[in-house]
Design a protein around this ligand. Structure first.
Ligand code: PAF
Length: 300
């Protein structure tokens, strides 16, 4: 049995804990009072207890060392979460980071030892977490995982418990390209659904198509400047496919704004804007949505 720690109890953290806890020993690190009665529910199916243990930071010292630690916190929370967990990591712990948008993976790599493999997992699976500790799997989606340092890239077997348990997950060797492709899906979906308080599927209305086109045009120019080969037609196709697959879902940014939580706008439109400046590419559509979301409360 693999000992797995999931850091973060948002929708994705809870969905992963559900999938992984069938065959592994899973702990979920949460800031709230520990509670083992969380549920997972697929639409129109009965709900089940998640077979994981929910623990707080103060419990970590008494736990066995974890083989795999998965960070499902937001991009801007990864560094703090890592610093808190670091004292409890084994010399050869396997680390997985999963968040929307672009964070600072290089900074994380520089803090690992030579036996610690780091992977990035990007997913379009969708979940909805209600306040009653219930998470619903609202969109199947696809997930990919790839190595961020040499040790990880050379050892796909390190993450076989994840590959066996998480639906539609495959190992890739071009994670940077796929992360950028996913970033563009979030650029198209998250800020507009948050701003207009609508479900992902409602973005398919013609009223949004010009804005989505501009957002992705700018994003593709930035990707190309960074040496990534992403065509606008493919970025549009990816975004509209995810809108269809998660049509009934509220995006994570819509949920953040609705619940008065900080959003990931800096790691999404903020990243395109910042990289645009670096490569001298104009990004007015991304700048505008960045400003509009930042004007809302509790935004990081
Ligand atoms: O952030 C989200 O909500 C998700 O990444 C996605 C894929 C847009 C589905 O809602």
């Amino acid at each position: 049995m693999t000992n797995i720690l999931i850091v973060g109890d948002g929708a994705i953290g809870l969905l992963l804990s559900h999938f992984l806890s069938h065959k592994n020993n899973v702990h979920v690190l949460t800031r709230k009072p520990t509670c083992n009665t969380r549920f997972y529910s697929r639409k129109n199916a009965p709900s089940h207890n998640i077979n994981a243990r929910f623990i707080n930071l103060s419990d970590l010292a008494q736990q066995p060392s974890y083989d795999v630690v998965i960070f499902t916190v937001k991009a801007f929370q990864v560094q703090d979460a890592f610093s808190q967990i670091k004292p409890y990591l084994a010399a050869n712990s396997i680390l997985v980071v999963s968040h929307n948008g672009m964070g600072n993976i290089e900074e994380l790599i520089s803090q690992l030892n030579t036996q610690q493999a780091l992977y990035f997992l990007t997913t379009s699976m969708a979940g909805f977490k209600s306040t009653q500790y219930i998470v619903q799997h609202t969109g199947e989606g696809q997930s990919v995982i790839g190595g961020c340092n040499k040790l990880a890239a050379k050892n796909p077997q390190f993450i076989s418990p994840l590959l066996q348990a998480i639906p539609n997950l495959k190992m890739v060797n071009n994670i940077e390209q796929l992360r950028f492709e996913k970033l563009l899906v979030n650029v198209a979906i998250n800020p507009l659904t948050a701003l207009h308080n609508i479900k992902n599927g409602q973005l398919r209305a013609p009223a949004f198509s010009a804005t989505i086109m501009s957002l992705l045009y700018e994003g593709c120019r930035v990707a190309n400047a960074k040496g990534l080969n992403i065509a606008l037609a493919d970025a549009l196709n990816n975004a509209y496919t995810v809108m269809a697959l998660t049509a009934e879902n509220y995006s994570s940014m819509q949920q953040d704004i609705a619940n008065n939580r900080p959003t990931e706008i800096m790691a999404i439109c903020g990243y395109i804007s910042e990289q645009g400046k670096r490569y001298n590419i104009k990004t007015p559509a991304n700048n505008e949505l960045l400003a509009k979301i930042q004007a809302k409360k509790s935004v990081v």
